[in-house]
Design a protein around this ligand. Sequence first.
Ligand SMILES: [Zn+2]
Length: 139
Amino acid sequence: MTETATPQPLPQLTGFSKDFYGFCKQRELRFQRCKTCGEWRHVPREMCTGCGSFEWEWAQSAGRGTVFTWCVVERALHPGWVAAQPYAVVVVELDEEVRLVTQVNDVSPAELEMGMAVEVVFDDVTPDITLPHFRRRSG
Ligand SMILES: [Zn+2]
């Protein structure tokens, strides 16, 4: 009997996701920024929660931040993640003060620390999908 690996679920390229992941494919991490008050936001939405404006742009992040929090998945809920367990689902807070649910490459769950300095890397997981992940950085 041949075992076939179940692929991990991937983002659907529609609406704001299509734009966000399109920038990732170009090696750019971009978030919405309000054109009225300048507040950055993520997840994408039409209206600024800071001032109520509907004027916004896709602004480029420097891609640097710190580990805000994480959880360790011991038993994956999706078969596509079973081979990776245990793994950490990490929330990174970017210097622009937006938070992104992601993973930190090459850092085991036991090595993670709150405030760990990280920077974005772009992983091509399929020809169409590039995911923004992070790696440890010094300083
Ligand atoms: Zn605003």
